[in-house]
Design a protein around this ligand. Structure first.
Ligand SMILES: Nc1ncnc2c1ncn2[C@@H]1O[C@H](COP(=O)(O)OP(=O)(O)OP(=O)(O)O)[C@@H](O)[C@H]1O
Ligand SMILES: [Mg+2]
Length: 269
């Protein structure tokens, strides 16, 4: 039997108009993601990672190629996946509870039922006592947890997280990684996760896609064959260090190319 995938990007290319010309942000990206996997995507800044998520979420359409979810071609269809944008903000005028149920409200879950579902989860995931607080009264880590819970409660099989922990300090970030792995385990979702942190990508994932400099394409798919459950000290294991070395070598080639490109562009402007 042929392999089945939860989500497939088949030769996805994305062009944007820019100053009367075309800029290719993504070029022939192919990814085949099995169900229930944790997949990270790393690549130089500007290589098209967020663009890729915009396409998967249906906010944007590929210029060429296809997005397939559950075997169906769905390019340009929104509402099929949960998406936490790179700059996701909680609405400052809504309490944490009201923020967390926003996704459910959008899909038509009655407010009372949505709250009944959300309250035990706020307790379980460390936000007990803050249900009726406003986002400005919470720490950065708590706000990120609330935004993540909102994405999970939107109740889609696939969740896209665009650098969710980028702005957090190292200790909070490490706690959030544990928290996210628990959540992934509890909810059995397929997670696609963008990060600039190689350690984070390896620690969390089943596979790490390394993208090239713009136009972004898949440079390498690194299978993470570390046993689960993983504990933070796995980052000192021999295998972890080997994987990190491989990822770092591939990524730094691309970061170097991308910086060179930027300098050339500045010089000719
Ligand atoms: N709506 C748009 N119109 C024109 N160009 C765009 C648009 N969105 C993205 N781009 C361009 O596409 C390229 C990829 O951008 P994107 O935001 O996807 O990169 P990224 O990999 O997410 O970067 P970062 O790591 O900095 O978040 C960039 O050159 C960007 O300027
Ligand atoms: Mg981005």
């Amino acid at each position: 039997m042929a392999d089945t995938f939860k989500l497939e990007l088949l030769d996805v290319t994305k062009e944007f108009p820019s100053k009367g010309k075309k800029v290719t942000a993504l070029n022939n990206v192919t990814m085949q993601i099995p169900d229930h996997k944790f997949i990270s995507i790393i690549g130089p800044s500007g290589c098209g990672k967020s663009t890729l998520f915009n396409i998967i979420s249906g906010l944007d359409q590929p210029s060429f190629g296809q997005l397939v979810i559950d075997g169906e071609k769905v390019s340009g269809t929104s509402g099929l996946v949960g998406y936490m944008l790179q700059k996701d903000l909680l609405l400052p005028w809504r309490t944490i509870l009201d923020n967390v149920i926003l996704g459910m409200e959008i899909i038509g879950v009655p407010k009372k039922e949505a709250k009944a579902q959300a309250i035990p989860l706020l307790e379980k995931y460390g936000l007990k006592g803050f249900e009726h607080s406003y986002p400005s009264h919470l720490s950065g880590g708590m706000r990120q947890r609330a935004a993540l819970l909102r994405t999970v409660l939107y109740n889609r099989d696939v969740i896209l997280l665009d650098e969710p922990f980028g702005a957090l300090d190292a200790q909070t970030r490490s706690n959030m990684q544990e928290w996210l792995l628990d959540l992934w385990d509890d909810f059995q979702k397929t997670i696609l996760f963008i990060t600039h942190d190689i350690d984070e990508s390896i620690y969390l994932s089943d596979e790490v896609y390394i993208m090239t400099a713009r136009p972004g394409t898949v440079k390498h798919r690194l299978k993470i064959d570390l046993p689960r459950p993983r504990k933070p000290n796995i980052i000192t294991s021999k295998r972890f260090i080997e994987l990190k070395d491989e990822a770092l070598t591939l990524l730094s080639e691309e970061v170097f190319k991308s910086q060179k490109m930027e300098l050339i562009q500045k010089a000719v402007q």
